[in-house]
Design a protein around this ligand. Sequence first.
Ligand SMILES: Nc1ncnc2c1ncn2[C@@H]1O[C@H](COP(=O)(O)OP(=O)(O)O)[C@@H](O)[C@H]1O
Ligand SMILES: [Mg+2]
Length: 206
Amino acid sequence: MLAQKGGTGKTTLTIHLAVEAAQSSMKTLIVDVDPQGSATTWWRRRSQEQPSLVSAQRRTLSETLSKARKLDYGLAIIDSAPHSSDIAREGVRLSDAVIIPTRPAILDLDAIGASIALVVDESTPSQIVLNACPPPGRYGEPRIVSEARDALQTYGIHVCPVAISQRAAFSHALIDGRSVSELDPAGKASAEIRTLWNTIKKAPGL
Ligand SMILES: Nc1ncnc2c1ncn2[C@@H]1O[C@H](COP(=O)(O)OP(=O)(O)O)[C@@H](O)[C@H]1O
Ligand SMILES: [Mg+2]
């Protein structure tokens, strides 16, 4: 999960996709490389065994992932930190696929260039996921979302057809160490994450 900008949803999507994968019986590991440790704080509030979580730094990341492979983990999601180009590059280099979350607002779209340069440089299969979007209305995707898709086309990186909406449930669920699918499995937020996971797991590299 890569974005050189803070607040785009790296931790939120890491947590939610990890729980989704774990619920589909995939042995899943979150690798927290953000010194702020938001995913770790969430994980400590949990009682469920899966997903597992481990912290890593630049020099331990490679070994952490090899160990996970030996322990039969089917998926490891690296929750990266903003503004740390060294570990970001190492993460991209070691990953089979990269997800770049972005909000659909212009300042976020402007900031995506550094992340894209990195995945292009390392030739790692990647896709952009629009997060915290206004929810779809009666006439489908809101204009700001379709305009963001148009703007992102110029980068030549796949933009995931599934956009995640701005919904209180995505932060609310985390308060006691849950995810939206554990808090409200029938809710709209859960449906979006389920669709995102079902789409992402078929992505090149995964
Ligand atoms: N889809 C969403 N709906 C509602 N709130 C969101 C959503 N995505 C992120 N947030 C909120 O935005 C803030 C930043 O998200 P976070 O996942 O921590 O970003 P990052 O890890 O990229 O810095 C958090 O307060 C989080 O709860
Ligand atoms: Mg984070």
